[in-house]
Design a protein around this ligand. Sequence first.
Ligand SMILES: C[S@@+](CC[C@H](N)C(=O)[O-])C[C@H]1O[C@@H](n2cnc3c(N)ncnc32)[C@H](O)[C@@H]1O
Length: 344
Amino acid sequence: MFGIFRVQSDAVRFDVCGRTSKVQSTPDEKSVSRRLLPVLVQPRLGPAMTLDGILAKLKNSLRFLRVAVARNLARTLNMLGRGAFGSRAIRAARDAPIIGSFVRTLLAFYQPFSTLDAAEIYIRRYFSSGHDHPYHSYIHTRFGEMTRESDYPVLYHLAPIASQLRSVFDLGGSVGNLFYAYDRELHLSPHLRWAINDLPHKKQLALDYARLKGENRIGFTDQFSDASGVDLFIVTGALHYFKDKLAAMLGGLDRLPKIVVVNRSPFSKKGDIVTVHDGGQYAVACMLHDIDTFVQGMINLGYELVARWPVHERRTQVPLFPELSDTYWGFCFRLNSVCMIEGT
Ligand SMILES: C[S@@+](CC[C@H](N)C(=O)[O-])C[C@H]1O[C@@H](n2cnc3c(N)ncnc32)[C@H](O)[C@@H]1O
């Protein structure tokens, strides 16, 4: 009970953007996850030991056990998969019918899925929280206060045109943390409109945070069509939550965005694959889009690939597919027919 209370207490602290300064130290994602992990899966002790109560406790304990087995097995496979011999052994086991299906069962939410929806439904058996977990809002407000290593390539490509940017569409933009990080470095125009698009529960947080920061350039939209013709379309750390290809999403707009930046994104080196992002306290389904199809789709749409960069802060690891192990990636595309400024 104490643990559950502690999560709620932290949630309040994390959730209210303006009060994050009260948090003394910045715990990194993993250490917070580790600290809170037992809390998520701890069986709740009810006051009366009714049959229902005992069954619920049993179910919770089984869930706890399955989560622990899945995580430890995933970790072990990821480690083994780094070596050539281990990688071969994993692929052989995966492709053997009986062993393969046994390992998938043990991997539970770490197994590959056929669709994002199927994965999301399965994952919710083990985790009640996904993108709505308060940790997200907390950490994203903290990210707004810092410039992360993988932001620098974006800053490099935006610097020459920063003063001319008037409209930005930030897909999966959370509380708008990218805006604050980039504005600090690039001194964006006072006439800029930065539209955050995220899940509905983020809207109030993003707007409250902007108010707290005295920022009137930030807005929130739930309409993807608002990305039509923007100067900059940016999606950072979120493309893998969309099942559609970015080229297909952008292709549905009346007018294409001039510059497209994709950053901190996991991809697959071979075909699309649906897996899980395990945040400790929460888990979400994600799709690793085939990287070549992604790039080719953007080129076919009329974009030129200006640059791509590896993002070493994060790593893609799919336990049964060691051959897909890779860094995350970042990309900058420019619409062929458009010049934002001379030479750009
Ligand atoms: C890892 S965060 C990235 C936040 C920010 N862009 C950054 O780089 O720090 C992923 C964001 O994608 C959002 N997201 C997930 N699914 C989404 C959807 N279907 N539509 C809009 N936003 C979504 C989540 O709510 C979350 O804020």
